[in-house]
Design a binder for this molecule. Structure first.
Ligand SMILES: *[C@@H]1O[C@H](CO)[C@@H](O)[C@H](O)[C@H]1NC(C)=O
Length: 319
């Protein structure tokens, strides 16, 4: 039954784009669905929410029971069409989130000297990291809430593995996991999926390299690939501790993620360098564009093309 549901999810996620562009997409198909599964969605806040919301709504529209777990206050997450939400308590209020958001805007606007700006940015990142962990802990360490989820007898978990809260819940409840992601900066996703990633032609993040490298570039890329596991440890050390405490077993986030059944990658092969993929990795790039709205009507567009040394600036002017 569960495997069937995972396969259905797979099918739905691939089809979600097509369905969303149909004009009749709003009509519910409750009567048509031959199998109705129960899906638990553990999303991540911010821009990552958009793609997950699109899938949650589409699966709900197709007659599955979709439950989204969100904190009582958040940046963007909230109720939508065709899915239920369950909120969990968090030890901060909306004011804290507003403060984090406005700090981000200040950093973008400020004219501070470089060192001060770096310092502000560093504090801002620390604040966001703390915010993510506190949110995860307040969900995972709330036994009442977790046992409530266990009683619901879900068939699968859909989550964003960048913040592995959903993956940990899935392991605790023994449920199949479907991940939706763009990629984890230290390539933990690729490692966990057991996907080959030869440094001779798969460029690492932030290196600016392509799939065609000369010897020197390959050496640089290999060195970056070698320090990636260290970077992963830094990135996930606190979550590794949370995993020990929550699951009561000596298991790392990487091991938990390696149990994942499906990896839905928000990338498109036309925009990527060639690289190996595993059979359970499905490219769903553009899925987060599903909540698109029609563009406003604009006056005839005035294009100012200014050529600087090698750069082109395009100004779009609308009404
Ligand atoms: C656990 O979650 C429930 C339901 O959201 C909430 O009523 C309760 O206060 C939470 N407990 C703690 C310790 O936060």
């Amino acid at each position: 039954m569960r495997t069937l549901f995972v396969l259905l999810l797979l099918f739905a996620s691939v089809e979600v784009r097509a369905a969303a562009s149909e004009p009749k997409a709003e009509k519910t198909e409750q009567t048509k669905a031959s199998f109705s599964g129960k899906l638990l969605v553990v999303p991540m806040d911010g821009s990552h929410w958009v793609g997950i919301k699109a899938i949650a709504q589409e699966l709900g529209r197709r007659g599955h029971r979709v439950t989204v777990v969100i904190p009582e206050v958040s940046m963007r997450m909230g109720p939508g069409k065709h899915y239920d939400t369950r909120t969990h308590t968090v030890p901060y209020g909306q004011a804290h989130i507003d403060a984090i958001m406005s700090m981000h805007k200040d950093i973008l606007k400020t004219n501070q000297p470089f060192m001060e700006r770096m310092q502000t940015k560093y504090h801002h990142i620390l604040q966001i990291i703390d915010f993510i962990h506190v949110t995860a802990e307040s969900l995972l360490y709330n036994d009442t809430f977790i046992s409530y989820l266990a009683q619901q007898e879900f068939d699968a978990v859909l989550t964003d593995p960048m913040v592995p809260t959903g993956a940990l819940i899935a392991r605790k409840l023994g449920l199949p996991t479907i991940n939706l992601l763009r990629g984890i900066p230290c390539s933990l996703d690729i490692q966990s999926a057991g996907c080959p990633s030869p440094p001779s032609f798969v460029p690492r993040l932030f290196t600016g390299l392509t799939d065609k490298m000369n010897f020197k570039e390959r050496v640089i890329n290999t060195l970056v690939a070698l320090i990636e596991p260290l970077f992963c440890r830094l990135l996930y050390w606190r979550f590794n501790n949370i995993a020990h405490q929550f699951l009561k077993e000596e298991v790392s986030v990487g091991e938990v993620l390696s149990d994942s059944d499906i990896w839905l990658l928000r990338i498109d092969f036309t925009l990527e360098f060639p690289r190996p993929l595993m059979p359970n990795m499905i490219l769903v790039g553009g899925i987060n564009c599903d909540l698109r709205k029609p563009l406003p009507k604009v006056r005839p567009i005035i294009l100012n093309l200014q050529f600087y040394t090698g750069y082109m600036e395009v100004h779009w002017e609308g009404s």
